[in-house]
Design a protein around this ligand. Sequence first.
Ligand code: FES
Ligand SMILES: [Fe+2]
Length: 329
Amino acid sequence: MPARFPMPYPNSWYAVCDSSELRRGQVRRLQYLGRELVAFRGGDSVAHVLDAYCPHLGAHLGVGGKVQGDTVVCPFHGWRFAGDGRCVEAPYARTTPRCGVGSWSTVERNGVVWIWYHALGAAPDLGVLELPEHDDPGWTPFRRYRWTVKSHPQEMGENAADTAHFLYVHGTLGQPEVTSEVTPDGAFHATNRSRNKRFGVVVDTEVDIRVFCPGFSAIRFSELAEVLMLASSTPVDEETVEQTFRFAARRRGNPIVRALVSHLFMREVARQFEQDTPIWEHKVHLPRPVLCDGDGPIWQYRKWYQRFYSAQPISGEAKLPAAAAGHWK
Ligand code: FES
Ligand SMILES: [Fe+2]
């Protein structure tokens, strides 16, 4: 059977765990990007992510490995590895073997540990933006929702540009108005205005979507509540994505009403994600879709997305009716 997604893993920062899930002295096994990885936080409090298999005899550093100082110790024969992956000691050997494991560029932002993936091993050419709402006392701490979806980050992200599906999949009252642009700092920025029925009341919803890279987006909702959503998409393997939404709400008004409304709103966004899931899990990626003039900036999104691939996986142009073609320049 042909692969549903011809695209490789996009070059990007990817969330691998929350900072709070990697305490000082802790070791964590990670399984992302089709690889076995190990995360640890040494005595210096710095989070590190390494390839998991010890070069000695292949033990998994994340299963039984321990932190010692700023190093991780292999559970099998005690060899120690620094945060840069270098073997710094084989305790029973007279000479430390010159070897190591692969290490991943790692940053912590917004309470999340991120690693940089690049198909050709290039260093990061963009950062992970600090969101001003994170750790702001005027906003609640993040509430987390998580799913594992049989899809690809490009396919799932395309939702933001796909104007027409909101009516058919999410039941908006009419087609939303979607505008999009690529910002000077290279993010895909879309705004979505729609009319919705919530708990029997008709409300206008405004959504500001900024996709910074395939693994990291910030979505701001202004409706019954003012809500920020940090969305992270991390490939587990070539056809599986771990999707996490971290929601924060602005603290204003009656705290009980605000907590209730923002919680209900977060649940509604999560429910909408689950409405998309069966479509994503069964569709194929069409490199040459037939688009029409009401479809929203799907092709603009796809063109923008190409910057995250080392090789161009999409060739040719979408089959656009002549009348629609002008919308995609
Ligand atoms: S397998 Fe890791 S020290 Fe031997
Ligand atoms: Fe959707």
